[in-house]
Every structure is written in C-alpha cells, then in structure tokens.
Design a protein around this ligand. Sequence first.
Ligand SMILES: Cc1cc2nc3c(=O)[nH]c(=O)nc-3n(C[C@H](O)[C@H](O)[C@H](O)COP(=O)(O)OP(=O)(O)OC[C@H]3O[C@@H](n4cnc5c(N)ncnc54)[C@H](O)[C@@H]3O)c2cc1C
Length: 383
Amino acid sequence: MKTTADVVVIGGGIMGASTAYHLARRGCTNVVVLEAAEMFGLGSTGLNAGGIRYQFATPVNIELSKLSIGMMERFADEMGQEVGLRRCGYLFMLDRESDLAQFRANVALQNSLGVPSRVVSQTEIAELAPQVDVTGIIGGTWCPLDGLVDPNSLLQGYVSNARRLGATLLTSTSALGIDVAGGRVRRVVTKDGSIDTETVVVACGPWSAQVGAMAGIHLPIQPIRRQIAVTGAIPHLRPDFPFVIDFSRALYFHREGAGILTGMSNRDEEAGFDTRVDGEWRLHHIENAMERLPLLGDAEIVVEWAGLYEVTPDDQPILGRIPVVEGLLSCAGFSGHGLMHGPAAGMLMAEEILDGRARTIDIDPLRWSRFELGVGAGEFNVV
Ligand SMILES: Cc1cc2nc3c(=O)[nH]c(=O)nc-3n(C[C@H](O)[C@H](O)[C@H](O)COP(=O)(O)OP(=O)(O)OC[C@H]3O[C@@H](n4cnc5c(N)ncnc54)[C@H](O)[C@@H]3O)c2cc1C
C-alpha cells in the first residue's frame, strides 16, 4: 500500500469515486480512495431508487442538479460507460394548500434558473399518470426533464476512469484513524499501515459522523433507514409511467423494468444503522401504495431492501473545507438525494482542493460553518 498520497478520500461511494475521478482528471493522480467494504457500491449508492430531478427548493440544489445531470448526459461519450439516463419526468402530487403554495414558489425559483417545471392541476395529474388514483390531490408540479439513472453504472464509471487515470482505489480497507497534529491532518491509519497526507476527504455517507470524529470534528449527519420494494411484471403498466411522488405520505413509485419500484419514508424512523426490512412499516407502505396505485393489487413483490439516508439538520450536504482542521474536507450528508448530486460534488471537491475554493458553483450555503450560525430552512423537497 502507498505510504504517502496527495489526497486520501475515505469512502468509495458515489462521492468518493467522483472526487477521485475529478482530481485525477485534473492531473492530481497521487490519490488513494479507502473503501471499507469488499466491493464498491455496497453503501447507500448501491441501494437507492436512482431518481434524478431538478425540482428542488434551494438555488444551490437546483444548480447541483443542473451541473450533475449535464455530466450524466455526456457520461457515455466521456467515460465509455452507459448510465441508463431516462427522462420519465417527476410528478409531485400534493394534498395540502400549504405544500401547494411552497411548491408554487419552488417552481418559480426553478423556472428562474432555467428549469422547465410547472404547476399542474389534479386533472393534468390524472392525464400524466392515468393509472394513479388522485383522490384528495389538489394539484402538483411536473418537470419532464427529471427521471432516472442507473446508480451502479454511474459509480463504476467513476471507479474505472479514476483508476485508468492513475488514482488508487482500494476495497476492504477501512480508515481506522485520522492523525491530526498542530491543527492539520497528517495521516490516515488503516490495518495495512498509514498513509501520510496533507488532505483528507470524508465521503462516508451515513458513516461520516464516525469518521469525522476520528479527526475530532462533529459532522451532524445521521443514518436513517429507508426501504424499497420492487414488483415483478405488471400487465398493462404504461411505458410512460413517470416518477410519481405523493408528497405528504412520502410515498413514491417509478417504473423498474416491467414492474414498479416503490418506497415510502417513515418520518418517525429513529437514527441507527439497522438495515433489516421493517415488517410493520412494509405493511403500512404496501397498504398506502395500493391505495394510490390500485394495479399493485395484481403484482408480486420480488425484491425488497433497506438502506440508509445520510441526514443533516437542514437536509443539505456538508461540502468543502472544515476550517478548524487544516486539510480536512467533507463531501457528505446529502440527505437522501445524493446520487444525483455526486457528479457535481466530486468536481467541486476537486476545485476546492486544487484551486483553494469551489468555483463552478458557490457552495457557501453548504459549508460546515453554517451550523455555527444556526440552521436555516434548508431543503423543502425531501422525500
Ligand atoms: C432507499 C434509498 C433511496 C434513495 N433514493 C435516491 C434517489 O432516488 N436519488 C438520489 O439522488 N439519491 C437517493 N438516495 C440517496 C443516495 O443513495 C445517497 O445520497 C448517496 O448514495 C450517498 O453517497 P455517498 O458516497 O455519500 O455514500 P455511500 O454510498 O454510503 O458511500 C460511503 C462509503 O463509505 C464507506 N465507509 C464507511 N466508513 C468507512 C471507513 N471508516 N473507511 C473506509 N470506508 C468507509 C462505506 O462502506 C460506503 O461504501 C437514496 C438512498 C436510499 C437509502
């Protein structure tokens, strides 16, 4: 194993792999990625729903989507890896006046940033998703450019291209400690030895608080279980079925092959690392899902799993330098919508490291120091 590196990235999910790729692409190839698991993609990156959307409530999240989705469009050409980008559109369905007012404001913000989302009536929702029961829905929002991407292809594209450019990406290699002396990082400790370095990126998704603590830093990121069920083929399922979200129930569906992938977030889920499927919640989820999508009555669940969101107090990531420990950076806490922001986040981390500061997007609203000022409203469009 290398004993020195210009940058050590801890965590080999979408954030770590994208960061390593973007550093290597800019000529910074003495980079080591440490991944604890035996394979890449066993963390949240391999367990998510694959949704990509521009429909966010904060300017910085919309900008992250614009940058990232543009990179996904060029991915196959630039990286030699297909990523299954599919623009099926995201349809938010709302049943509360207060949500509708907030979503109207979100659409105005999205439009001002060039995103072609719009507010839709209950009738238009029924036209866009005729197989969905719209009882009680008072309106919603729609963006035809939102859609889906294949998470593992995206991750593998970054892993293989980072390696091709000269970065070192290791599996089965946990970071066990981060040595800090004189106010700056000095080395990262693993079971196979230490790597001396002046720059460490924490990209450990739901495990980031534990790894930040190795350097004496509090990263307010909590692991919250979220689960998904996928059905077998459903006869008569429309090919143009969009990504549908019943916002107040935190319930969603999209087409997965010839069946449906559905998830429903338990807003009362306690923080923790348990990733067993919660049987009680599963029943509640399926009951709600069948109410909204009655054709699920003819379907069979063929696979289900649980993964962890990596949640911050304002549902926004912690991105960039941690000023109290020189050389320590965070690329974590994407609060359940990180897959889609991984491409941009890695590029911004490379800028932060190589140029002193992220340039392409102003990440000041996402910096760790915001917590010292008290947490703001943060992101509203959280599922
Ligand atoms: C059910 C579910 C649905 C989701 N749906 C979507 C969606 O539709 N769209 C979307 O954009 N996002 C979605 N997300 C969120 C998305 O998956 C995450 O935001 C994203 O994958 C986070 O990537 P990451 O690299 O930060 O974390 P991870 O992918 O978890 O990677 C962190 C890695 O760090 C490693 N690690 C931990 N500790 C150490 C250590 N000490 N040393 C070395 N390595 C270590 C872990 O093994 C892991 O591989 C969903 C998440 C879940 C759980």
